[in-house]
Write a protein that binds this ligand. Structure first.
Ligand code: AKG
Length: 284
């Protein structure tokens, strides 16, 4: 274990994990970028989407996010777990509500990344917009996405698409390079913030990115986003992709092996995006 992760323990269901490095030929990445992803667990891609696409996606998400904000305002103290009106909103499964977002989730640039970093047969696993409003100061926990819901295979892909410039000042992602190679870590629940794998790692690096760029990382890359200390909203749309056949495992990790599981193939939101390396049209 590196000093950065000396606080960390493996998730009890994570046995014998070995990080699978990616072999070319690559469709979207250079071999240097793929090597950076394998070594450090992330790569920043600038300028993937032009301003027109960013505008269209943002215009689609904004009214849906407004409903999330209004839902949160009606909750006790305006919050639900880490989500809080006026601070941070999570708007999930937007592909079920927008044809334009289903199309965006199958944008050729994203599918090329999936082919490079997931494989020839890929499903959308999860989508959510995260808007960080000028922050009420609070800690955001370090976590791996696979620490929330345990997916097997553990290694799936997160595309953190910046809809506004994401900077250190407004809450860009931070990652701990290299820790992804351990596989899933044990997470503890920090009320009300969510799951955390460690609190104060050494060697964390910021991953700022301009609007239209993507911070590409693994479900196993420990990450968080910083506070938004500016006076403007930081907007991101997160798209995650898993290999076809991936399953979520359920049970109590502290209580022994998984007791159940479910295929990640809900047709309306976990639809196929690549088969045999070819794009699959999203559902109507
Ligand atoms: O975009 C953000 O501010 C946080 C997103 C995040 O870390 C997550 O959804 O796992």
């Amino acid at each position: 274990m590196t000093p950065a992760t000396s606080e960390a323990e493996l998730h009890p269901w994570n046995r014998g994990f070995e990080w699978q490095r990616h072999q070319g030929p690559f469709r979207a990445l250079s071999s240097g970028q793929a090597g950076h992803f394998d070594d450090d667990g992330y790569v920043v891609l600038e300028g993937v989407f032009d301003a027109g696409v960013v505008h269209e996606v943002t215009a689609e998400i904004d009214p849906l996010e407004a409903r999330t904000e209004s839902f949160l305002r009606r909750q006790e103290e305006g919050r639900m777990m880490i989500a809080e009106a006026g601070a941070i909103t999570f708007s999930v499964h937007l592909v079920t509500r927008s044809e334009a977002l289903r199309r965006f989730a199958t944008h050729p640039a994203v599918l090329d990344l999936c082919a490079d970093l997931v494989g020839p047969d890929v499903n959308l696993y999860w989508d959510q917009a995260v808007y960080k409003k000028p922050e009420k100061p609070r800690r955001f926990p370090w976590h791996q996405d696979n620490g929330y819901t345990y997916v097997e295979p553990q290694q799936y892909l997160t595309c953190w698409v910046a809809l506004t410039d994401a900077t250190v000042d407004n809450g860009c992602p931070w990652v701990v390079p290299g820790a992804h190679r351990l596989g899933t870590l044990r997470h503890t629940f920090v009320d009300p913030l969510g799951f955390e794998c460690f609190s104060d790692p050494e060697g964390a690096v910021a991953a700022p990115v301009g609007a239209g760029g993507i911070v590409v990382f693994s479900s196993l890359t420990p990450h968080l986003t910083g506070p938004n200390t500016t006076d403007a909203v930081r907007k991101a749309y997160i798209l995650q992709y898993a290999p076809a056949g991936a399953r979520t495992l359920t049970g109590d990790p502290a209580g022994g092996p998984p007791t159940g599981g479910a295929a990640c193939d809900a047709p309306e939101r976990q639809f196929p995006v690549l088969r045999g390396g070819e794009a699959v049209a999203p559902p109507d």
